[in-house]
Design a protein around this ligand. Structure first.
Ligand SMILES: *Cc1c(COP(=O)(O)O)cnc(C)c1O
Length: 391
């Protein structure tokens, strides 16, 4: 990986633009609030139609404000090309559908994002596309799941419940030797902490709803990779399904992107402080955070990521009911899905099969931009208030 421990260039990339005289030097890209682009002559119209990826004909295909964000995201992820979508799932479904046809087979992580797994294992079955879910912590599991008709290896590292990793370099080598395309959901790490394309992965997808936005006010997604793969998606899935990003959303996400490296470093620092604090709590059976040395894949994490974000989980020896009462009384942690925003969040679920022996509940925390000390006080004081409840 180039410049592994140097993310200074990303600060410049996020903050700097050349003066664009087409927009009177406007320091922000204007919002092109238009559905179509008109032409004075038929010759110009015809020429634009033949190069729709770079010229502008219709906003379902290409809009200058969206394109501006795509180029910025591509630079941060070190990708040749990016295409922005209406949501993470619009990006994920377009990327997956671009790789398979009837009779093909997909190998997918068994802990991938729920709707992604549903798309792969249930929805695509309608079209005669088979799949196998695997525990991707072991490359041998992935190798054994591959069939002659496997066309896609779908990764998510770390996963967003138990924070399990896949060895991305090994996955990329295995897949490319078998002619299999690799896609990774990189929403957790963001390009600030992990750039899978540099490790040989073919396509990266993000739910920009999470850290890339960071403001909990937009739903958005992106696919990044080589021009060969992404331009095919732009011509087919983007144009044909129409799950596009609007110019207004692109302007909003561009604004968020300016502070992405800054926010990620803050999320990282605060989450590590809270995670280390949780390790020592009597009601905690274990903490799942890839940057803790107690994480079984800590070494792999150090090799393929240069930092960690603000979402992790811990397992509790206490009941789901008791931990839900605790969650309900927390002052700074709100109960809610999603993550990646300024606000701290909590969810509580029954411990799953992959949890430690003795764990009864699995609690996921998103550490927002508040003071880590305030968050720790909140967690401790609320625990003190509920610990004697008979739940
Ligand atoms: C939220 C999420 C998605 C889906 O993104 P949307 O923007 O909600 O469509 C995909 N992957 C992961 C890991 C997520 O957390």
């Amino acid at each position: 990986m180039t410049e592994k421990n140097d993310r200074e260039w990303q600060y410049t990339s996020a903050a700097h633009d050349a003066v664009d005289e087409r927009h009177h030097g406007s320091i922000n890209m204007p919002i092109y609030q238009t559905s179509l682009f008109a032409f004075e002559t038929y010759d110009k119209f015809t020429a634009a139609g033949q190069n729709q990826q770079n010229l502008h004909v219709y906003s379902r295909g290409n809009n200058p404000t969206v394109r501006y964000l795509e180029d910025k995201l591509a630079e941060l992820e070190q990708a040749e090309m990016a295409k922005c979508f209406a949501s993470g799932m619009a990006a994920i479904s377009a990327a997956i559908l671009s790789t398979v046809r009837t009779g093909d087979h997909i190998v997918c992580m068994d802990q991938a994002y729920g709707p992604t797994r549903m798309l792969v294992t249930q929805y695509l079955q309608r079209f005669g596309i088979e799949s196998t879910l695997v525990d991707g912590r072991s490359i041998d599991n992935i190798r054994s799941a591959i069939r002659p008709e496997t066309k896609l290896l779908y990764l998510e590292s770390p996963t967003s419940g138990m924070f399990q990793l896949q060895d991305l370099k090994a996955c990329a080598e295995l897949a490319s030797s078998r002619g299999i395309v690799t896609i990774i959901d990189n929403s957790w790490a963001t390009p600030v902490f992990q750039r899978p394309l540099e490790l040989g992965i073919d396509l990266v997808v993000h739910s920009c709803t999470k850290y890339i936005s960071g403001q909990s006010d937009s739903v958005a997604g992106v696919v990044l990779g080589s021009e060969r793969l992404v331009s095919r998606i732009a011509e087919d899935e983007y144009m044909l399904f129409g799950g596009i990003m609007t110019a207004a959303t692109a302007a909003q996400i561009t604004r968020c992107l300016r502070t992405l490296p800054l926010r990620m470093e803050r999320h990282e620092r605060s989450a590590l402080k809270v995670a280390n604090h949780m390790l020592g709590q009597p009601y905690v059976a274990g903490v799942n955070h890839p940057a803790l040395s107690s994480h079984p894949q800590h070494e792999l994490g150090l090799r393929q990521m240069n930092g960690s974000s603000g979402l992790f989980s811990f397992e509790s020896t206490e009941s789901t009911e008791k931990m839900r009462e605790w969650a309900s009384r927390l002052k700074y942690f709100k109960i809610g899905v999603s993550w990646g925003g300024f606000e701290s969040l909590v969810t509580v679920n029954p411990a799953g099969a992959s949890c430690r022996a003795g764990a009864r509940s699995l609690i996921r925390l998103h550490i927002g931009l508040e003071s880590a000390d305030d968050l720790i006080d909140d967690l401790d004081q609320t625990w003190a208030a509920v610990q004697d409840l008979n739940l």
